[in-house]
Write a protein that binds this ligand. Sequence first.
Ligand SMILES: [Zn+2]
Length: 319
Amino acid sequence: MDKEPCTLQEAIIYFSQPVNCRNHVVARRWKSGVTCPICGSTKVKLSEKHNRWQCGSHHARRQFTVKTGTIFEDSPLGLDKWLTAVWMITNDKNGISSYEVARALGVTQKTAWFMLHRIRKAMQLEPFMKLTGEIEVDETFIGGKARNMHIAQRERRITGTGTKDKVAVMGILERGGQVRTSVVENRRKAALQAEVKKHVEAGSSLYSDELKSYDGLAGDYAHQVINHAVAYVDGKVHTNGLENFWSLLKRGIHGTYVSVEPFHLFRYLDEQSFRYNNRKDMNDAERFSLAVSQIVGKRLTYKELIGKAAMEKQKHFFN
Ligand SMILES: [Zn+2]
């Protein structure tokens, strides 16, 4: 099969050929020809037999593969498995668990879990423009322990049904456009307003609920408040777009993912935001290509991924 794949089934067949894997990644990684990842030279020579290039300049680490400097670096797994996993995670609306990936690829669940986290890193948004127009802001809580908390605190079990051990997540949505999500320390004014100013162009229309933390934004934005005790929608004043996003996110986290260690929560936010932001005007192959084009410079080691302190506890939060 020479044609680039359009479906998961075609992708599995297509990427079973190593040369297809290489060509596919090369076309997205080096859009104007292969260059040496160390010195940038274009004088590089491919050895078909070894599936690697050698740079013509004299320096250390002259040999490189298509995986060098990407999220796939140092992985003994073939690109056939990697690219199939990328396809699965970028296109499954509700997300996909490491159990499903393990079964589909014939790898252990631990390996699949690590693969998915590396791929989520490639799905991270690199925002270069602020949101503008009609903007909804809202927060939600995801049960669990916060990332960056002191280790002793992090090890506490989740207690009760209140919000004190839950992680606050803030969402900012441009209607008809993109969503930005972040884990916030709390729902106080300083934390929430800093996010608004970071992501929203001054002069935009801002819609929130009656949370006091948003008071004082009227100087920079046309801020209107919906009092949820009275109504959920008052003309344009509502946060229904974000409510929909939260339900998608929670369906993924509580359904497919079984449970999510809050230490990793931001990666699941990145994953869900990627699919949400690229849901329109893009087919499966294009979403896949976009993720593959973002694989460079995003290495993630096992140690970094799970954190030193969490290493021995890893089996408790695989999901
Ligand atoms: Zn070089």
